[in-house]
Write a protein that binds this ligand. Structure first.
Ligand SMILES: [Mn+2]
Length: 313
């Protein structure tokens, strides 16, 4: 039903502008660029744009468009992979005529004239691939590559629990197209020498608690020493999950403002309610939060310990 209504909206608008969340990951970009490809290839004479800040480390995914505010007049705006409006990259999303949300995060802030949220989907890219699959839409290999990259990104290369039979089936369907899955997967795990050195630091200095919580605080001073920015720390977030007895973990990155960006991950206990209590949110097993100071970081760590303790009981 949703995609039927979306198709009607697309037919009714000449311009379609697609947004996604700030600090994009491959699913944000894959669902955004993939959807743009689908519209271009299946709906005639549409002006389709993708907006938001470009990220150097994800340049292999593709480039954003630079557009004037005037493009938003009578436009259909579609936001992918973004649970709440403060996280939408490029605040002009309100300037269009019609707004649509497509996402797989818990629906903490419903927005849009229509929305489609499926928290069981591994990724927004998977939800969009399902549309292509069911309606036998035409896509190019580049669109298939974008959607595949999104699925691979959000499932940790088919590692996480969200990877379902349907995920594999749709990924398999995308593999019919001519692109190199190996190239994508290498692009995702390839890190700079500086990030590799930071990985070494994280493994050496990670703190462990008896409840199975691991955590580390990365100061601005340390990031400067390694020549890294906050963005570059994305590659080390999954590291603690590969260490025995660790069931949930937090990576706390000091920002130039002195506040802390908190990346929370889990293999069991739900941690998104903790993120929500600290200016954040996300999935039960992968969330983000913000702490005003080191004392708040400590509070978050103690909440992680409690969550881990309750889970084990
Ligand atoms: Mn996603």
């Amino acid at each position: 039903m949703f995609f039927k209504q979306l198709s009607t909206y697309i037919h009714e608008h000449d311009t379609i502008i697609i947004h996604r969340h700030t600090n994009p990951d491959p699913d944000a970009l894959g669902s955004q660029l993939g959807l743009a490809g689908i519209i271009t290839e299946n709906f005639k004479d549409k002006h389709v744009y993708c907006v938001g800040r470009d990220i150097d480390s994800l340049a292999f995914m593709g480039q954003m468009d630079q557009i004037d505010d005037s493009c938003y007049k009578n436009a259909l705006v579609i936001v992918t992979d973004t649970a709440n409006t403060p996280r939408i990259d490029d605040k002009r999303f309100t300037l269009g005529k019609t707004l649509v949300k497509i996402d797989h995060h818990p629906d903490i802030e419903p927005y849009g004239d229509i929305s489609y949220v499926d928290t069981k989907a591994s990724s927004t890219s998977e939800m969009i691939t399902q549309w292509v699959y069911e309606e036998r839409l035409m896509i190019t290999s580049e669109t298939a590559r974008h959607l595949y990259a999104g699925i691979v990104g959000d499932t940790g290369r088919f590692l996480y629990e969200s990877t379902s039979r349907k995920t594999m089936q749709l990924a398999s369907f995308l593999r019919n197209y001519d692109f190199s899955a190996t190239d994508i997967q290498y692009a995702m795990i390839t890190q700079s020498i500086q990030t590799a050195k930071l990985s070494g630091y994280v493994l050496q200095h990670l703190k462990y608690t008896k409840q199975g919580v691991a955590y580390i605080v990365l100061s601005q001073k340390l990031l400067t020493k390694y020549g890294l920015s906050d963005e570059d720390t994305a590659g080390i977030v999954s590291l603690p999950g590969t260490i025995e007895n660790v069931c949930c973990w937090g990576i706390f990155v000091e920002q130039p403002s002195g506040k802390y960006r908190c990346r929370l991950r889990s293999k069991g206990p739900a941690i998104n309610s903790i993120a929500q209590e600290h200016d954040g949110g996300g999935h039960p097993l992968a969330s983000g939060a913000n702490a005003q100071h080191l004392d708040e970081v400590k509070i978050i760590i103690s909440k992680l310990k409690k969550a881990a303790e309750h889970y084990q009981k």
